[in-house]
Design a protein around this ligand. Sequence first.
Ligand code: R5P
Length: 312
Amino acid sequence: MPGADTSTKEKNFYTDIPAAKHSFFLKGLDQYDWGMKSRLSRMFNPKSGHTVMLAFDHGYAYGPTTGLERLDVTIAPLVPYADCLMCARGALRSCIPSDCDKAVAMRCSAGTTILDENVFVNECIGVDIEDVIRMNVTCMAVQVCIGSDNERNNIENFVKLVDLGNKYGIPVLGVTAVGKNMARDKRYFGLATRIIAELGGHLVKTYFVEDGFEDVAAGCPVPIVIAGGKKLPEKDALTMAYKAIQQGASGVDMGRNVFQSEDPIAMIKAIRSVVHENATPNQAYELFCDLKAENAKAAKTTKKAKTTKAKK
Ligand code: R5P
């Protein structure tokens, strides 16, 4: 083994040089087979090279998170505006119409829950590959807690899924989760994303960091999507998405910043403008406000019509 990196030389991620691309629009993935690339092209828009993923997999460990109490009421209406749905298989089967024709990143690890202080750290592979194929899943998502007490197990689950993914042409999304003793900074995310990619992960989900995200993205040889994290004011969430895309992310996988928004449909449309059309945070926020006002007006008109009908 090479031993720890003791070099005092400053790292150089050559952020001014775009990653080498050959025959496929997503970096680092051009040497895979047709099926894998076909699935990736459903998740990512081949024109923009980016994706808007809608994450609502919280319930598999946290139960009915605010905004996800009724997936059929709050999430189903958002489905048309997402490129890819990220969820657990039970949520998909029970609440999402099978004719929705969207890419699906299925949460394929499972383990402890919110009732255990080590939630996410001690997971197993939670879905049989046959069920993944039966459900026409586009991508398998698995938690990888680099630096946790259970690091070895996490990596073992991950590489098993990567082998299965390669066997059946299904990409695997490694989801970084911050170990207890690690800071949420560019050093940690640079380490975790790179390890996931070197272990064969096809895609990596991580968090945006203000300082050094460009290096994190450049140092990861496969596409990165960012998680939204806790709910922020809409303009701040749009700004974070904008910075991530401009600094090398290939998409966002946002949950609470969409479904806990004052207007989730307006919010996901505004996020799309940032991810696919390079809208600035100001332009996207303006779009959000306009759409929110339009939706509120339409809801008022519908309510008035219902009241009038009821009175007749
Ligand atoms: C991350 O480990 C899981 O996929 C989360 O459920 C997901 O990232 C949550 O999305 P958000 O942080 O945007 O609410």
